[in-house]
Design a protein around this ligand. Sequence first.
Ligand code: PLP
Length: 398
Amino acid sequence: MTAPTRIPGRRLLHSPGPTSIPDEVLDAMHRQPMDLADPRVSESITACEDGLRWLCNAPADAGVFMYAANGHGAWEVAIENLLPRGAKVLVPGTGHFSDGWAAQVEMLGRRAVRTPWREGLPIDPAAVEAVLRADTAREIIAVFMVHTDTASSVTSEIDAMRRAIDAAAHPALFVVDAVATLGALPIDLQRQRIDVVVGASQKGLMLPPGLGFVVVNAPALEVSRRNDAPRAYWDWTRRIGGLPYQKFFGTVPMHLMFGLRASLGLLRQEGLENVYARHRQLAGAVQAAVEGWGEGGALGPYCRDAAARSVSVTAIAATPVGGFDPDALRTLARERFQVAVAGGLGPLAGKVFRIGHLGDLNAAMVLGALGGVEAALVSLRVPHGPGLRRAVEFLARD
Ligand SMILES: *Cc1c(COP(=O)(O)O)cnc(C)c1O
């Protein structure tokens, strides 16, 4: 039998990035390239810079630097600009993503100080405070915090981390990886006193993969100016300038600019409070379903602290008793029921599957995804309680 070339209807995409792209964003990108001097190109870039400042309530003098890169590229941007060779950074342990960022710090010849990560729990602010207090020589230049670790689906509190840095009276810059949370949870450079936010296009911003960016306040820009580590493509100071060609150190990925402008417009139109409330609501439905399924004893939420469960993604762990293969479940859900969910990363490979619930989503899409996963659970005879029903009840509450 030859594989069908087209699936009728749509396959639901519930990975925590890439996420579904709204039609308005696809439409905005569906056009011929323009020459770099076309004023529409520079207008789009300015609209994107202003929109990203607005999204994370950055001061007017904050720098916005965008790159034809993914989130790992944006991690590198923070490392190369802020840290001289051999310099130290504190990366509090959250799981696979903090490990990845810390490893990249070391690959680039800097030193990462880690706090241990705790299975299914957020960052321990006391551990962060203790490391900073012990750094009496003030060698640590920055704290690199992963807001939501997309592998574990645990969210750590930005405010708690800021308090830990303040409690130690440490001058370290506060750098937040909000790749999985921008457009899903509030990020506020000014109120939360964040120095740098790191983001990427393909998650809450509802764009294709391929754009990484940072929003940088004036003190962090000053630190980068004093950093003598050699760098070119990632360098902020080389990207300050009026011309599109300067801002991107070469040709502008203009279709991503057109798309980003459109997606920021959608967020403005819906209103950020509504965007965040929608994410809380849909995450609540998924969490209710997981609790319901868990009554069968075979699976449960990986995050052990209910208050720290992510609004963007939910990792679901197979219990040792239940003993089913999350990857087999995933394949069945995708190929038979047209619901694409994500698998486990790093140490969680083969132990969890993850339902993404961020970006351009509504209740019907989430119920469809939960229905597909439940059908796969039934089909594989994995013992489970009433998950879909719990999600329906959650969404139908007044
Ligand atoms: C997805 C993600 C990244 C990495 O982004 P890529 O685009 O896959 O390189 C980094 N941090 C977090 C929190 C993420 O969710």
